[in-house]
Design a binder for this molecule. Structure first.
Ligand SMILES: Nc1nc2c(ncn2[C@@H]2O[C@H](COP(=O)(O)OP(=O)(O)OP(=O)(O)O)[C@@H](O)[C@H]2O)c(=O)[nH]1
Ligand SMILES: [Mg+2]
Ligand SMILES: [Zn+2]
Length: 316
């Protein structure tokens, strides 16, 4: 939808009009070289970027000038964080200014539960809360699936069991006032959840594509939706499904503290630069030996640190 236009080249008549030509807004979707921005006055405008090279993701706050038939992003306002995800081939921005990461899983798919660890680490590293959404509670396999999520509950993360097809109110209550992103493998129901929470979302779901005869319908870009009737301005980002979630972009030194269960032991090892492997006096390995920390969590931490260091090595 284009913003109100004035004839090309005509100067704004008053100082007030000049001020009105620039407004702030929130990026709702990012495409290759253009962005959909929801201006604070409620208008949705297609924008291009002034200059080049800026990183812009859904959730970014931007200063937008009215242009001919659209808008121009003049600059990106300072952001509190930027949630990334990556696979073996490339990194992808998920969203900016996030307060809550929602990891969605479902019983009917071969779910790689290590992804829950990776999502929670991504959330902790960006200063976000993390919650697990166990979707498709109407599926017969759900009763056998839910107990598998107990380890994340023990780490202190909430687990919300629900069926997006029937009732998303438990999740909605958790989302109020949050700037949330849904992450999860393809087909777990992220777009169905967004449709249940935001009736006007028009988020694309499997049924749509079936109706169109094109088989599965997969989300290809992150898209932000404002939660209706949330006076505190909550929003939710639907993101494309991914089977891998590499975190090579995280600072190696920041990774151990992103594991909530390791935090109490960090800084207590005999060596200040302890890698928590086989060093004598390693408080983390001692916690593993006592059964206070799961061995696979430390193994994942060390894998992520090694990958992050490898990605920073010169000549790569
Ligand atoms: N039984 C059941 N099916 C569901 C539920 N939620 C979603 N589905 C179905 O699961 C399939 C995938 O749903 P989507 O919402 O497209 O999944 P998605 O996570 O957005 O997938 P991608 O966009 O590929 O990442 C569709 O056929 C939905 O109808 C649920 O609560 N119960
Ligand atoms: Mg989807
Ligand atoms: Zn150690």
């Amino acid at each position: 939808m284009p913003p109100s236009r004035r004839p090309l080249g005509a100067a704004p008549r008053t100082a007030k009009a000049a001020a009105a030509a620039t407004t702030t807004g929130t990026v709702v979707a990012a495409y290759r070289r253009h962005w959909a921005v929801l201006r604070d006055d409620g208008a949705l405008v297609a924008c291009v970027l002034k200059g080049r090279g800026a990183t812009i993701a859904a959730g970014d706050r931007v200063q937008v000038a009215s242009g001919d038939g659209g808008g121009v992003i003049e600059h990106v306002l300072p952001r509190r964080n930027l949630v990334y995800r990556s696979d073996a081939h490339r990194a992808k921005l998920v969203a900016a200014n996030v307060t809550l990461v929602v990891g969605v899983v479902a019983p009917d798919l071969a779910i790689d539960l290590e992804l829950l660890d990776r999502w929670s680490v991504a959330a902790e590293a960006e200063g976000c809360a993390f919650v697990v959404c166990a979707n498709k509670s109407d599926d017969p396999a759900f009763a056998g699936f839910l107990p598998r999520l107990a380890p994340w509950q023990r780490l202190g993360y909430g687990v919300i069991a629900m069926s997006a097809k029937h009732d998303a109110s438990l999740l909605r209550a958790r989302l109020l006032g949050e700037h949330a992103v849904l992450v999860g493998q393809s087909g777990v129901g992220k777009s169905t959840i967004v449709n249940a929470l935001v009736p006007a979302a028009g988020a694309r779901v499997g049924e749509v594509s079936q109706a169109l005869g094109s088989g599965r319908h997969t989300t290809t870009e992150s898209t932000l939706h404002r939660l209706p009737d949330d006076p505190s301005g909550g929003w939710i980002v639907d993101s494309p499904g991914m089977t891998q979630f590499a975190l090579a972009h995280l600072e190696p030194s920041a990774i151990p503290a992103a594991f909530v269960d390791l935090r109490p032991w960090l800084g207590r090892c005999r060596f200040r630069d302890c890698r928590h492997d086989r060093e004598p006096g390693c408080a983390v390995q001692e916690a593993v030996a006592r059964g206070d920390v799961a061995r696979h969590r430390v193994a994942l931490m060390r894998t992520l640190v090694a990958q992050s260091e490898a990605a920073r090595r010169p000549g790569r």
